[in-house]
Design a protein around this ligand. Structure first.
Ligand code: NAP
Ligand code: ZN
Length: 352
């Protein structure tokens, strides 16, 4: 590996699973011929950032810089990069590279490519070590992994679309959620509130399952037709056997069997929440009505651009609470208490 010239940028990093994030200086490569250098304006705070920073998935390399809901301005483009101009408003999500040749890449499903490079936590083939994410002033990305942000969207409120948006849009589209269907969204956090907005925009009858009664009024405003407090057994029993599709966005292990029992014959429960610990799934709720239980991982580049364009056309963005970079540790603690309405977004101008 020949080491390219580097640029130093400020970032927020952590050096162990138990230490808080703090200011650091990191290296970015000089843009190669097909690369784009981006000044980061805003970065959303995903629960995956917390799982990763605290090594809850078991593969974190330190120092770790989370952040994969990036919106910024193009500052420089490589010699052979033709898709973007300096000054364009762009986004970067969870992926920054892939092989480009395998069946998954050819299908536009780069998230499943065996050589896919995640924005953080993958091996950095240019600089060595791990890839470092968006809690930083700048990033250099292959242009094929850079997305256009529609001009009518608020850039800070568009940042969470790059992960929370595509992660909910993709399974709802794949399972053709639409009019005449009863659809459940479990958990009203970053992913859940985007799932609610999309399922509503696609014309389904949408039911929100929440552990937080205080979020009910917001859920109605965000598109829920009904709200079920999931800790209330009577409310849960009233929904038995009635759902075509349920999207589960919860960040912790919980009782999946309770949701499987709410599906109709041939209904499907799709899990996108990614706790590090395994779930327990009982046979009977699955086999009795030929129900399915499946998973979904973000979305590929073409579908992510489709989702952004859909958001531009329908004026959909995230509900955000803006924070300074130095508030991110506190934001993690609040996220663990389900106290986020509904996505923290870091104003990167605060990283000095
Ligand atoms: P978040 O903002 O923290 O929201 C999670 C919500 O789940 C909470 O607001 C809460 O909603 C509910 N919840 C939390 N703990 C719970 C518990 N113990 N029991 C029941 N409900 C609970 O998190 P997020 O950023 O949306 O991420 C959610 C999960 O998706 C994380 O595990 C993340 O890593 C994962 N993720 C997966 C993908 C993918 O591609 N598959 C992509 C991004 C993120 P209520 O207050 O309404 O109950
Ligand atoms: Zn994420």
């Amino acid at each position: 590996m020949s080491t390219p010239r580097c640029i130093s940028v400020k970032a927020y990093a952590t050096s162990s699973a138990s230490s808080p994030l703090a200011t650091a200086t990191i290296s970015r490569r000089e843009p190669g011929p097909r690369d784009v250098r981006i000044e980061i304006l805003f970065c959303g705070v995903c629960h995956s950032d917390l799982h990763f920073a605290r090594n809850e998935w078991g593969f974190t390399q330190y120092p770790a810089v989370p952040g994969h809901e990036i919106v910024g301005r193009v500052k420089a483009v490589g010699r052979d990069a033709g898709k973007f101009n300096v000054g364009d408003l762009v986004g970067v999500g969870c992926l920054v590279d892939s092989c480009g040749n395998c069946p998954d890449c050819r299908a536009g499903l780069e998230q499943f490519c065996p050589e896919t490079v995640m924005t953080y936590g993958s091996s950095d083939k240019h600089l060595g070590g791990g890839t470092l994410g968006g809690y930083s002033q700048g990033i250099v990305v292959a242009e094929d992994f850079v997305l256009r942000i529609p001009a009518n969207l608020n850039p800070a409120a568009a940042a969470p679309l790059l992960c929370a948006g595509i992660t909910t849009y993709s399974p709802l589209r794949r399972w053709k959620v639409g009019p005449g269907q009863k659809v459940g969204i479990v958990g009203l956090g970053g992913l859940g509130h985007m799932g609610l907005k999309f399922a509503h925009a696609f014309g389904a009858h949408v039911v929100l399952f929440t552990t937080s009664p205080g979020k009910a009024a917001d859920a109605t405003r965000l598109g829920a037709d009904e709200i079920v407090i999931s800790k209330d057994a009577t409310q849960m029993a009233a929904q038995a056997g009635s759902f075509d599709f349920i999207l589960d966005t919860v960040a912790a292990v919980h009782d999946l069997n309770a949701y499987l029992g709410l599906l109709r014959r041939d209904g499907n429960l799709v899990l996108v929440g990614a706790p590090g610990e395994p779930f327990s799934v009982a046979a009977f709720p699955l086999i009795m009505r030929r129900r399915s239980f499946s998973g979904s991982l973000i979305g590929g580049l073409p579908e992510t651009q489709e989702m952004l364009d859909f958001c531009g056309q329908h004026n959909i963005t995230s509900e955000v609470e803006m924070i300074r970079m130095d508030q991110v540790n506190e934001a993690y603690e609040r996220m663990l208490k389900s106290d986020v309405r509904y996505r923290f977004v870091i104003d990167m101008a605060s990283l000095k």
